[in-house]
Design a protein around this ligand. Structure first.
Ligand SMILES: [Zn+2]
Length: 388
């Protein structure tokens, strides 16, 4: 039933998109979702389109509203021109109202009845609008928006540089290394096997369809595993540190190279996204260091810069001061020094960072206090600083 509903919603989206595009091309007319919804009533009684009437009316209206939003985003320059939806095994539909049993983990949807949710719900208010979707592995998800109160995390007066890597998930300027979990690599290996197998299956065959499902499941597991690891990492960082300096990597540029898949895998962008909102929620500072800064080949002890450092050189010794460096730890320390320098608006590059106390506290406290005074930071933070 849901599959048919998703199909109907897709048909409506595509038909409406075609009409709106054509009206604009041919006569310069800008149609809205409301215009299209008037035709929708007629379509429902047109022979051959009776199935439209079987779908909850509010869901179809919502589909047109979503398209309005897509056009608004396009005209505001925030998104690309709305695209046609392809026929696929996944799909989604929005519902208004989920019934009174929502707090008990039951969603009551029109014409469908009560659906028990698999996960327990966080303690939030009943949403006005929920999205029901099916992913490529055939699982159904209910997603919704809710407002949650966050409280600021205590000030730790520590700052950190984070070097995101391919081999290790992240290396910190405290010389701590956070590795990918073993399970992640095993799952990745399994996914590759299954993908190779899929390539050998004949198009349109039943075995291919079965294999497609297997690949979809393996892919979902890899994604979940990675996502979980990234959340653990970013939560740890905002809890332990006040200032987090990461590299502003040109992900698009790197993505085309030899390490393309691996880089996407560690999901630099995802780490940055999570850190951005978590630091905002919990009152911490995220600094993105300029991507052209030579963080790997500069000595974090004496600032001597090597001419070249090959990607496979994991360790090196500074020719000037003789310090022995782990490539990633050194890079993380440089990121921290550069991040703090950017934060303090200083121009000299001789801000030293030691492994032991990585935080030039006076700068940090100054910056935090500055932000608190200018209203960017909660007053509670300022008081913590004053008495901390
Ligand atoms: Zn050196």
């Amino acid at each position: 039933m849901l599959h048919r509903w998703f199909g109907a919603a897709r048909w409506l989206w595509n038909t409406a998109l075609e009409i709106r595009s054509e009206a604009y091309r041919e006569c310069g007319l800008t149609l809205t979702g409301n215009d299209v919804s008037r035709w929708l009533t007629q379509w429902k009684s047109t022979p051959g389109h009776e199935w439209l009437a079987l779908v909850p009316a509010t869901s179809l209206t919502q589909c047109l509203r979503d398209q309005d939003a897509a056009f608004r985003n396009f005209f505001a320059g925030r998104a690309r021109y709305p695209r046609f939806k392809r026929k696929s095994t996944s799909g989604s539909l929005r519902f208004q109202g989920v019934g009174a049993a929502w707090p008990r983990g039951v969603a009551t949807l029109p014409k469908l009845g009560a659906l028990k949710l698999a996960e327990s719900l966080p303690d939030v208010e009943r949403p006005d609008l929920v999205t029901l979707s099916r992913d490529p592995c055939g699982r159904y998800h209910v997603s919704f928006c809710a407002q949650v109160e966050t409280s600021l995390l205590p000030i730790t007066q520590r700052s950190v540089g984070v070097d995101l890597g391919l081999k290790d998930l992240a290396t910190l300027s405290t010389a701590e290394k956070i590795a990918n979990r073993k399970r992640y690599h095993a799952r990745l290996r399994y996914l590759r096997q299954q993908q190779r197998c899929l390539a050998r299956r004949q198009k349109g065959s039943r075995r291919r369809e079965k294999q497609r499902l297997r690949v979809a499941r393996a892919r979902a597991r890899v994604r979940q595993e990675r996502q979980a690891a990234l959340h653990v990492l970013t939560t740890f960082l905002v809890q332990e540190f006040d200032v987090i300096c990461i590299e502003d990597l040109n992900v698009k540029g790197l993505g085309r190279g030899r390490h393309a898949r691996a880089i996407q895998d560690v999901a630099f962008n995802e780490v940055r996204r999570q850190l951005a909102y978590k630091s905002e929620w919990y009152g911490k500072i995220l600094v993105e260091v300029d991507r052209w800064y030579p963080s790997s080949k500069t000595c974090s002890a004496c600032r001597h810069t090597l001419d070249e450092l090959r990607l496979d050189e994991r360790q090196w010794k500074c020719p000037k001061c003789g310090t022995f460096h782990d490539r990633d730890v050194n890079a993380a320390r440089n990121l921290l020094a550069e991040g703090l320098r950017q934060l303090a608006g200083r121009d000299d590059r001789d801000l030293r960072v030691d492994a032991g106390d990585a935080c030039p506290e006076e700068i940090l406290v100054q910056v935090l206090a500055e932000e608190a005074r200018s209203g960017q930071r909660n007053r509670a933070c300022l008081e913590q600083l004053a008495f901390g």
